[in-house]
Write a protein that binds this ligand. Structure first.
Ligand SMILES: [Zn+2]
Length: 66
């Protein structure tokens, strides 16, 4: 149960849960159906949740420390 920040919830979406195409909040490319990915939910504004590729989220995490 690791959360990168105290105000953001990261939910893991399994391939069988992804029933449609989403747009990645990191690279703006589509995430095809049946692809495992992440949902990022800001605690203060759950309506603004975004879907992310695993790789994009990890890259953002590293870049966020500059
Ligand atoms: Zn992406």
């Amino acid at each position: 149960m690791n959360t990168p920040s105290e105000t953001t919830e990261v939910r893991r979406i399994q391939p069988y849960q992804a029933s449609k195409t989403y747009v990645c909040g990191g690279c703006n490319n589509p995430i095809p159906p049946a692809t495992g990915h992440l949902v990022i939910v800001p605690a203060e504004s759950p309506d603004l949740r975004r879907h992310w590729h695993h790789s994009c989220w990890e890259r953002r995490d590293r870049l966020g420390n500059r």
